[in-house]
Design a protein around this ligand. Structure first.
Ligand SMILES: [Zn+2]
Ligand SMILES: [Zn+2]
Ligand SMILES: [Zn+2]
Ligand SMILES: [Zn+2]
Ligand SMILES: [Zn+2]
Ligand SMILES: [Zn+2]
Ligand SMILES: [Zn+2]
Length: 1679
């Protein structure tokens, strides 16, 4: 503020020449707004790129521009910015189409482009601006680049006071924790302060941590340095004079100020650019901009950010100066990169990162290449940094240190820069450009030359090599290389060839030439064994040449200017040599010959074939071989190949195979040779078959991509992202998949889980090639299996013949002859011969399969040749003829065809029969084709007939086998189901589902057996339908023993999980009361916190469970001592996993027979009515009170006093009831009761506490309420649709709650009953109870009914328990009706209603009028009985439904069939089941005598009065179900919302991990020190803290930047869950890596909501953690 007033203000006045308040708006008006948006992105801000129109993936739009652009309708990509970078809207070079959004389009048309913006400014202002900008900018640069700690530049220190700052700087070496720890020690601050310092250092790059005299600060410095210098270099600390710090911060202010001032006017911006780039007095590199750039790596983060932003808003926004700046940048490039290499900051805050803004602009890139020779500069800079070379000058990565590796990662950014420069293809080549490009190309070749053959390896036969060579580095290099130009192709080709020859000049030196000969051919080559000499996989020069060669063919340059090409200089053997060695190496590795070379080699081979690298490595090597074969005699090629594979001996020596199988005992060698032969055949298949790249075969780019997709989908149906991963991407990160996918695959939408999948169209299966070269071995066998299965399903034969292939381009055409070459035929013949005499030789089926495939390929080739035959052409491909001929004289071997016919019937080759049959059939077809062309009909050969009959025989055989298989399967199935029960215990997870079914059948017994039809079913009261409870026999999951559930037998228990819940809460802001003092007797109707009980429904003996739990506990303790890791469950808190389904549990519920039967007297004669009953009970209550008082007063002689009391008739308070339950059951009643108490109140367990029974009743009531809500929300009927685990849980929970009073103090329970009753029937004893507006009536009902037996058991007057239930129920129902009427907000102007009011409506209206009377007419006047009635029914429905569930589970009366379905008259059926009149007001009329008094007393409560006067709020009915918050359909809305969210604690800073609570919609600053708070003595993150107020420990969040749902429970539990957002391919995008547009999937969101509503979040976390142990280790409380 002060700075603005004193320093900046006057400058603004000076600049404007008037009050800036007027001056700036004037400037703004005159300003011609830029048509560039240039918005600089904040961290986390959403950015958009268009996959259709962006020139490269670095072109992005801000959200505002995107929404106003045409790309909205295109295939866009969305990401969140990492900060830095700006919006490219308006940059015509960034977009192929639609460069402007609506907003920026307006700015384009008005004036000419190249107009000088200065003409719009008054001249005097221009002069003033020059002045002031020059001075301030220079001052800022001077002070920021000032290095002395103690003096000021050019300024005299007026008086040097002894005030210093100890300034701590950021680095990326030390962790947060280290810094915090060090600071606490060094400057003696609290942890909180240290966290604050560390946060600022991390954000701004520096922070003063101490202020005082020099010595004081220096001392802190030395402590910090000492403390952090142990393992790494120390933290950077400087003691700086306070005036320097002050000047520096003012300097930064000035830069920010300049940025804001030039925002007013393009003219001012231009002036600043001029000032910045003006050369200073020191000549070259002395402009202010240069100075800053060159000082970049020495500046702290905050300062860098400020000046980078200024650059972006000035230099990069002005087209003219952008160019000038680019030149400065290019000239300083080498220095900047060198600085960056030494810099310990990440790239985003380095000025080097600006390269992306400059180099990706095509015009700038071209200008820089031609004028500044940028390509050469970059490559030379790169070479500078890789100094390790071997003798031949190749790069060496061996013995790389960590520091070098770190630097190397940085060096790679240079390659990225090179890529940027070359990303756009020049539209025209000027002479200059071509020259400079070729110069760059030379440098590039020089670089490749250093890589050719680097890191050569030698096979280790003895020991493992000690050190794994640094291979990764070499590969990254290659991955980033791209082939770029076409036009300068010829020159490039020549240059490349020259370099290759240089590399291999003398590759024959020192080698003895040898002569190979086979089948009458011979060739000269060198002696070289891959397995004995050095070999390298790095052959970039060869591969570049291969790429260029394909380009020659593709662009037809080869045919147009053959005279310009050095084709005659090519030496095919030299071309193939190194790629062939590399492929042989792979084969040998596969054959296990290189095992001792360790993982580095395995990794190299992996990358060689991996989708990311193969295009530049493996694929190119194949191309090179294809090139070679097409230029040489195939026989020669094959012989060289045999020799390199070290197989020449085997095939050139007759009967060699026989010899090595019989006499050689070394099985390994046999195995190795077999694998090598297989690999070699595979290689030949690839050389002939891989012709789907444009330029090699006559195909186009879409054919290539289609083929890739077909083969991927042949393995299995795949999701979009899987496919994308499996396909190579181009420089725009496009696979080209979209354009073809529809042609080859059908999309199947995902269900509630899983992803959308693409399935291969059936008609594409014929294009399947089993030996597709991009299959890994695993993929190949999976694909083979899948395809064979498919054929069997379609009842086709299972042959997988080679597909028909496109023809080769002319340059490669001759290579098909390899198939019919003599050496090839010899190889085929030899292997077939081995197969025929199968016992005598070492051979393998894979070998045979490959030979068959090759024969198939040859036949396909010949067939195609014949079909495309034009009149004059002669077919030169005569494979069929050659294979029909028998061998030459010496060996006299049979013809290949004859051998095939023999093999067809060989019993040991069942699998290949179909393929052989296919070959023979095709052979005949070709024969016919030939004959028809030579037009000489020939009769069917006998062979065909033979073939037919054998096929029939075959079919019958197959059928018989299938039948046998079926029978065997059935038998196994029968055995399985027999054994299943016994298996269950051992294979828990597998059988979980089956078990749930079994459970249904066991527990279903007691519901189905009493068939009570027709009769009217009543759940309670004297009219209650009698049901005989059947024997309930259950099985223990632990010992498998069965047992009946009886009062006096050993207890059986259900695993259960109790948790606090706020799911039904209507008031999330309620402050949780002190648990020690809190009285939970009355539940407030806002249900702000309840206790939920759930169970997986698995039953155990109590003692079996105890033994199990003890074992778990002991194991856990042992484990914790050894390794301090968490488990998914917390044993100390009583948690365990259900031994069967691993469901998280923390206690057990005992199973009980219906408890009421024990106490219910069935004599219903002469039962009192409600009024009488209330009187009697009131008297009993009174008597109890008196007795209690007596008790307290004196312990002696109370029996005499009792006589003095007028005890109600038949009431015997001294009667002590004998507990009917067995000891074991009693123990379990206490266990579960105490657990409920402990969890529900969050207190230490205390079984004596009088609140224990209250908590049990409360949990019963709350759980019923949640289930009622769930059913209502899903529109399911009340009964008959609960999963049996919930049904079992509710049964046991209700019965337990009803029985619990027998194990608690009788007087305490009696006391509770008295207090509860007093809230409705006031007495003089219990004052100060909540008014009826503040009581949840269902909780009250449950508590009353379940505590009543404590009184009733001493009542011998003959009143039935059922009568009491009924009266209590009626009483509470009436109270609820009054509650509803009091709080109803009836609006009368609803629908039209009939004029005549029904009897019911009249009655409600009368009741309402009476209420008005009682409340002194404070109630709103309502005249419509119809509306009242409707409201009342709607309001009371949830209560009635809950009550029906409650009494059903309490008394075991089956529900009438009408309420088991959704039908009409649900209300009436419910009333009837609950023994209520259909017209509820009748209750009041029947009992008007006592009710009028009661209503008056309820209404006279002061709280009711306050409510009616509008002074307080009350819950109205029916309460709506809670839902998760509404989410927007488009995910980017959320990203935007989050990017605008700033951390609430650190004053406007952007939050790193904005996280949205899905329960209440609060946005939180998660996973960050700034928002940690203390909770129960521990530091927790914002999310965990929030769960304690919002969800009583359980939370559901959306991590917006990760697009990930987070579940949290307690402090130690959490898991991630797939977000409910899907892209168009039916996939989620966790981490937002793919960036496809995401939309809300309502069904999935509902599923998450349901998990929450049914309290399954904790369970879900448990399962996730069990499945994935790494989740357990995460510090969830810090999120
Ligand atoms: Zn924009
Ligand atoms: Zn725009
Ligand atoms: Zn677009
Ligand atoms: Zn057992
Ligand atoms: Zn279970
Ligand atoms: Zn919340
Ligand atoms: Zn924060």
């Amino acid at each position: 503020m002060l700075a603005q007033h004193v320093l900046l203000g006057p400058m603004e006045w000076y600049l404007c020449g008037e009050d800036p308040a007027f001056g700036f708006p004037k400037l703004e008006q005159a300003n011609r707004p830029s048509h560039l948006c240039g918005r600089v992105f904040k961290v986390g801000e959403p950015t958009y790129s268009c996959r259709d129109c962006a020139v490269d993936p670095t072109c992005v739009l801000c959200m505002e521009c995107f929404l106003g652009s045409i790309h909205r309708e295109h295939r866009y990509r969305m990401t969140t910015s990492g900060g830095g970078g700006f919006c490219d809207c308006g940059d015509t070079e960034a977009w192929k189409e639609g460069p402007y959004c609506q907003k920026h389009e307006l700015n384009t048309s008005e004036t000419a482009e190249e107009e000088d913006p200065l003409v719009h400014l008054p001249e005097d202002m221009v002069a003033r601006a020059y002045n002031i900008f020059a001075i301030t900018f220079k001052y800022a640069v001077d002070i920021l680049t000032w290095e002395k700690e103690n003096e000021l530049p050019g300024l005299e220190m007026i008086e040097k006071s002894d005030t210093y700052y100890c300034m701590l700087f950021n680095d990326e070496v030390h962790t947060y924790e280290q810094v915090i720890y060090t600071l606490q020690k060094a400057v003696n601050c609290t942890q909180k302060e240290a966290i604050g310092f560390a946060t600022t250092v991390d954000r701004d790059g520096r922070r003063s941590v101490r202020y005082g005299d020099f010595q004081y600060c220096d001392q802190a410095k030395s402590v910090i340095v000492r403390n952090t210098s142990r393992q790494t270099k120390p933290l950077k600390v400087q003691v700086m004079h306070s005036s320097i710090v002050a000047h520096q911060s003012f300097g930064l202010k000035l830069l920010t100020w300049l940025g804001s001032v030039i925002g007013y006017s393009d003219g001012l911006r231009r002036i600043l650019c001029q000032v910045g780039l003006q050369e200073g007095p020191d000549g070259e590199n002395s402009s202010l901009v240069d100075k800053l750039m060159l000082y970049d790596s020495k500046l702290w983060k905050g300062a860098r950010n400020v000046y980078h932003q200024l650059f972006m808003s000035s230099l990069l926004m002005d087209l003219k100066y952008k160019k000038l700046f680019a030149i400065r940048f290019a000239r300083n490039y080498r220095q900047l990169q060198r600085d960056y290499m030494e810099d310990d900051h990440e790239r985003a805050v380095s000025v080097a990162a600006l390269s992306v803004q400059l180099f990706t602009v095509p015009t700038l890139a071209r200008m820089l290449i031609t004028e500044e020779n940028l390509m050469t500069t970059i490559i030379k800079t790169f070479m500078d940094h890789l100094r390790h070379r071997d003798i031949q000058g190749r790069f060496q990565f061996e013995r790389y240190t960590a520091l070098q590796a770190f630097k190397f990662r940085r060096v790679q950014s240079l390659i990225l820069d090179l890529k940027y420069v070359l990303i756009s293809k020049p539209t025209e080549w000027s002479d200059d450009l071509r020259r400079k490009f070729l110069e760059g190309f030379d440098a590039f070749l020089e670089l490749l030359k250093c890589m050719q053959g680097m890191d050569p390896i030698t096979r280790q036969v003895g020991q493992h090599i000690e050190m794994e060579p640094e291979w990764e580095a070499a590969f990254t290099l290659q991955m980033k290389m791209q082939i770029f130009s076409e036009k300068v192709l010829i020159e490039a080709y020549k240059k490349c060839l020259t370099v290759l020859m240089q590399c291999h000049s003398g590759f024959t030196d020192g080698e003895q030439p040898i002569v190979l000969s086979m089948c009458g051919h011979s060739v000269e080559t060198i002696r070289y064994c891959v397995s004995q000499e050095k070999v390298s996989i790095h052959l970039p020069v060869s591969r570049l040449l291969a790429g260029l060669h394909v380009l020659l063919s593709k662009t037809e340059v080869a045919y147009k200017f053959p005279e310009l090409l050095p084709l005659s200089e090519l030496s095919p053997p030299m071309l193939i040599e190194h790629p062939l060695r590399c492929l042989v190496l792979c084969a040998q590795v596969h054959a296990g010959m290189w095992r001792r070379n360790g993982f580095s080699l395995v990794n190299q081979i992996y990358y060689y074939h991996n989708v990311k690298c193969r295009r530049e490595m493996f694929d190119k090597d194949i191309v090179m071989l294809q090139t070679g074969v097409s230029m040489m005699d195939p026989n020669h090629f094959l012989m060289i190949m045999l020799s390199r594979f070290e197989l020449y001996q085997i095939f050139s020596t007759p009967d060699y195979g026989k010899r090595f199988s019989t006499e050689n005992t070394n099985k390994d060698v046999v195995q190795q040779n077999n694998t090598l032969i297989e690999e070699m055949l595979y290689l030949i298949i690839m050389i002939v078959g891989e012709r789907f790249s444009p330029g090699i075969g006559q195909v186009n780019a879409t054919d290539e991509i289609k083929r890739e997709i077909i083969h991927q989908l042949s393995i299995r149906p795949m999701a979009h992202s899987e496919l994308v991963k499996a396909l190579p991407e181009d420089e725009n990160r496009e696979t080209g998949m979209e354009s073809v996918i529809e042609e080859v695959a059908c999309f199947k939408k995902p269900g509630l889980t899983g992803r959308g999948l693409y399935e291969l169209k059936p008609e594409c299966a014929k294009n399947f090639n089993l030996y597709f070269y991009h299959f890994s071995r695993a993929e190949q066998s999976k694909a083979e299996e899948a395809q064979r299965k498919l054929r069997r399903q379609n009842r086709e034969d299972t042959a997988l013949p080679p597909p028909a292939l496109p023809p080769f381009c002319p340059l490669f055409a001759s290579l098909v002859n390899i198939l019919q070459s003599d050496v090839m035929l010899c190889i085929m013949g030899t292997i077939l011969q081995w197969a025929v005499e199968h016992n005598g030789y070492a051979w393998s089926e894979s070998m045979l399969q490959r030979v068959l495939h090759l024969i198939g390929m040859a036949l396909q080739e010949e067939k195609q040749h014949l079909e495309n035959l034009s009149e004059e052409n002669v077919v030169t491909f005569t494979f069929t003829q050659k294979i029909s001929k028998p061998g030459e004289a010496p060996s006299n071997s049979p013809s290949i065809l004859a051998m095939l016919e023999t093999l067809q019937n060989a019993p040991h080759l069942e699998v290949h029969k179909d393929m052989i049959r296919w070959i023979l059939k095709t052979f005949n077809t070709i024969k016919k084709l030939r004959e028809s062309s030579s037009s000489s009909p020939v009769a069917e050969t006998e062979g065909n007939i033979m073939e037919e009959s054998s096929r029939d025989k075959d079919k019958a055989e197959r059928k018989r086998k299938a039948e046998i298989a079926r029978l065997r399967r059935e038998k196994i199935m029968a055995q399985m189901s027999e054994m299943q029960r016994h298996f269950i215990n051992e294979n828990k997870e597998l059988f979980q589902q089956t078990l749930e079914e079994l459970d249904t059948s066991t527990s279903g017994v007691h519901e189905n057996s009493p068939v009570i039809s027709d009769a009217k079913l009543t759940a309670l009261g004297p009219e209650q339908t009698r049901v005989a409870e059947p024997r309930q026999v259950v099985m223990c999951i632990l010992c498998q023993e069965e047992q009946e559930v009886k009062v006096d037998s050993r207890a059986m228990v259900l695993a259960a999980f109790i948790q606090r819940s706020t799911v039904l809460s209507k008031n999330r802001n309620k402050i949780t009361p002190d648990p020690e003092k809190y009285d939970p007797l009355f539940m407030h109707p806002d249900l702000s916190c309840g206790t939920h009980t759930g169970s997986c429904g698995h039953i155990m003996h109590a003692h079996c469970w105890q033994r199990y739990f003890d074992a778990v506990q002991a194991k856990e303790q042992r484990r914790q001592q050894r390794l301090r890791v968490h488990t998914s469950y917390d044993v100390e808190n009583g948690e365990f996993l259900c031994p069967l389904c691993e469901c998280l549990s923390n206690t057990v519920i005992p199973l009980l027979p219906p408890p009421r039967v024990l106490f219910n007297r069935l004599d219903f004669s002469g039962q009192p009515n409600l009024t009488q009953w209330i009187k009697t009970v009131s008297q009993q209550v009174k008597a109890l009170h008196l007795l209690q008082n007596e008790d307290c007063a004196s312990h002696s002689g109370h029996s005499e006093k009792m006589d003095q009391l007028q005890l109600p008739e038949g009431f015997r308070p001294d009667f002590k009831l004998k507990n009917p339950y067995s000891e074991s059951i009693k123990e379990m009643l206490t266990t579960f009761g105490t657990a409920t108490y402990k969890v529900g109140l969050k207190v230490h367990p205390n079984e004596e506490d009088p609140r224990v029974p209250i908590m049990c009743w409360g949990s019963c009531a709350y759980t019923i309420q949640t289930i009622e809500r769930l059913l209502a929300d899903e529109d399911k009927p009340l009964f008959g649709h609960l999963p049996c685990r919930q049904d079992d849980c509710l049964t046991s929970l209700t019965r337990f709650a009803a029985a619990h009073w027998t194990v608690s103090s009788l007087s305490a329970v009696q006391g509770h009953f008295c207090t509860l009753l007093a809230s409705l029937v006031p007495n003089e004893k219990n004052g100060n109870l909540p008014c009826i507006l503040d009581i949840d009536m269902f909780h009250l009902l449950v508590s009353l009914v379940l505590s009543f037996p404590a009184i009733h058991c001493q009542d011998f007057s003959g009143v039935s328990l059922g009568t009491g239930d009924l009266h209590l129920f009626h009483l509470v129902t009436m109270a609820h009706i009054i509650q509803i009427l009091l709080t109803s907000s009836t609006e009368e102007n609803g629908m039209d209603q009939e004029d005549t009011n029904s009897e019911e409506e009249v009655a409600v209206l009368t009741l309402y009028k009476f209420l008005c009377q009682c409340t002194g007419s404070a109630l709103k006047e309502i005249s419509s009985g119809w509306h009242l009635c409707r409201n009342l029914k709607a309001g009371i429905m949830p209560f009635l439904r809950c009550s029906a569930l409650f009494f059903h589970y309490l008394n075991g009366v089956p529900a009438p069939s009408e309420i088991q379905v959704n039908g009409a008259n649900q209300f009436e059926h419910l009333c009837s089941y609950l023994s209520l009149p259909n017209n509820l007001t009748c209750l009041f009329q029947e009992n008007s005598e006592i009710l009028n008094t009661l209503i008056e007393s309820w209404c006279s409560n002061t709280e009711v009065k306050r409510y009616l006067e509008g002074k307080r709020h009350a819950i109205s009915y029916a309460r709506e179900s809670n839902k998760l918050i509404d989410l927007p359909d488009d995910y980017s809305c959320l990203i935007n919302q989050a990017s605008n969210f700033s951390c609430p604690k650190s004053g406007g800073d952007k939050s790193r991990a904005p996280t949205l609570c899905l329960v209440c919609g609060t946005m939180l600053c998660s996973q960050s020190y700034c928002c940690q708070t203390e909770l129960e003595g521990e530091d927790v993150g914002a999310c965990t803290a929030h769960t304690y107020t919002c969800g009583s420990g359980v939370g559901i969040f959306l991590r917006v930047r990760e697009c990930q749902v987070l579940f949290l429970a307690g402090k130690t539990k959490g898991c991630f869950y797939p977000p409910p957002y899907l892209d168009d391919y039916g996939e989620t995008d966790q981490g937002l890596r793919r960036g496809n547009p995401l939309h809300l999937c309502k069904e999935r969101f509902k599923k998450i909501q349901k998990l929450w509503q049914q309290h399954s979040i904790t369970e879900e976390i448990g399962h996730a953690q069990e499945a994935n142990q790494t989740l357990v280790g995460i510090d969830w409380q810090h999120l």
